[in-house]
Design a protein around this ligand. Structure first.
Ligand code: NAG
Length: 438
């Protein structure tokens, strides 16, 4: 977890926190928003032993409509950062909409103000141009339009996001506060590798910088299983899943390795500027070396961490994608996941710093090839993309392109700046036009 956002030099200029294409809030919208915010302050469902007027039909309806309006066009325009924390400082990022975390906000398109399926119409009907150039008119209102929901005008569909991270985390927490993910390019690329309904595994989830976008991408029918060994980092992961109202994430406070074991380990100090994401579970630096060699700070007291094998977990369906970022434990993760990998043949994205040494340490890549018949290629600095191999005519093994969604390579063209006039956030809907309409 050492790298900078790998495309920032090219692309991040455009991602200041302010949206340039947003019209200012009108007076009507502002007063509507204020009234709804006041309603949320005042509503007390429990008043008078749950017998008060707050629970009458009229108030409940107004409450639901406020939720709808505040999550769509009446929401707070400005991203805001709040500082808190009792034992260590935290930063809460509120109303993050830019850059978009994913395109999945468009899912709200099919819900009416009461949060139920709009007029019981099938989404595919709404976009069907046999009904007219803008599909079925009765699907749309002033918030959700044909352009937004069918054409995939995802910048409008973007929902506000909320994150919490330790204030002194200068790496992942810092990125999540600014970008809504750990790495924007990787987040979008990972999202092209899975789709609605898929099962995804996030190993080394940290505070959820990829867990959140992936959970949105696979949708309520999909699942994200997120593993994070460090207790307090894990608590932020859970907080971010909850803050964003994601129903499909399963979290595990464990490290993945080759055997079930307990290890006594140093844990990140959150009261100092630090790189919590770079702290290892095994083969840790001693406290002095951590500071001098890697600028990492530990708490004084060690904690007992739990290590398990991925193969000891079972998943309800085929696993489509595994993301691994585990600070030099990637070989152990994979060796403890052999049957999961051989049975499911997932695509695998992982950080593997050793391969980028000079000369490259090929142990990991060669093991993947020999033991699992996977072919790994470098996709960014420190990052490998591994896919099941197939026999090449010369007898060697090559990545089976048939297993890799076409969008993946195309997103890389966008991300590398080869397609210049295309905004990054459009890349996803461009490579998967059906997605916004699902
Ligand atoms: C190469 O990486 C493996 C783990 O993947 C490690 O065990 C080995 O010591 C490394 N070799 C060198 C020369 O650093």
């Amino acid at each position: 977890m050492w790298r900078r956002h790998w495309l920032c030099i090219l692309l991040c200029q455009g991602f200041s926190s302010a949206r340039d294409d947003w019209r200012p809030e009108s007076e009507g919208e502002r007063s509507g928003r204020k009234a709804c915010e006041l309603r949320f302050f005042q509503t007390d469902f429990a008043a008078e032993n749950f017998q008060s007027k707050w629970l009458n039909q009229k108030n409940k309806l107004a409450f639901i409509q406020c939720l709808y309006h505040l999550r769509t066009r009446w929401r707070h325009r400005e991203k805001e950062i709040f500082a808190g924390g009792i034992h260590y400082p935290t930063l809460v990022t509120a109303h993050h909409t830019w850059p978009p975390v994913s395109t999945s906000g468009a899912k709200l398109c099919w819900l009416d103000q009461l949060g139920v399926h709009r007029n019981s119409i099938e989404p595919s009907d709404c976009c069907d141009q046999r009904y007219g150039p803008k599909g079925r008119p009765d699907c749309w209102d002033e918030y959700f339009t044909y352009e937004l929901c069918c054409v995939g005008d995802v910048n409008l569909a973007e929902m506000p996001h909320y994150f919490v991270a330790p204030a002194f985390d200068i790496n992942v927490g810092n990125a999540v506060r600014q970008l809504g993910t750990f790495d924007l390019g990787q987040s979008y690329a990972l999202q092209t590798l899975c789709r609605s309904g898929d099962v995804v595994i996030d190993v080394g989830a940290n505070v959820g910088g990829f867990t959140v976008p992936l959970a949105e991408r696979v949708g309520p029918e999909g699942e994200v299983h997120a593993f994070e060994p460090f207790r307090k980092v894990f608590q932020h992961l859970n907080a971010n899943v909850a803050l964003n109202g994601l129903s499909n994430v399963y979290t595990y406070n464990v490290a993945l390795g080759t055997a079930e074991e307990k290890v006594l380990a140093y844990v990140p100090d959150l009261t100092n500027f630090n790189f919590p994401s770079a702290i290892r579970v095994l083969d840790q630096f001693g406290p002095e070396a951590a500071v001098s060699e890697a600028n990492l700070r530990y708490e004084e007291r060690q904690e007992t961490l739990t290590v398990r094998r991925l193969d000891d977990f079972s998943f309800s369906r085929r696993v489509q994608l595994i993301k691994i970022d585990v600070e030099f434990m990637e070989l152990q993760v994979v060796l403890g996941a052999k049957s999961t990998i051989l049975q499911n043949k997932p695509l695998i994205w992982m950080e593997n710093e050793a391969y980028f040494d000079d000369p490259p340490n090929r142990t990991f890549v060669d093991t993947m090839h020999r033991d699992l018949r996977y072919v790994c290629t470098a996709v960014a600095r420190l990052e490998l993309f591994c896919a099941p191999g197939k026999e090449a005519p010369n007898g060697g093994l090559v990545q089976d392109d048939g297993l890799i969604p076409a969008g993946f390579r195309r997103v890389f063209r966008h991300l590398s700046g080869e397609v210049k006039d295309m905004h990054l956030w459009r890349a996803l809907s461009e490579v998967d036009p059906d997605f916004a309409a699902k």
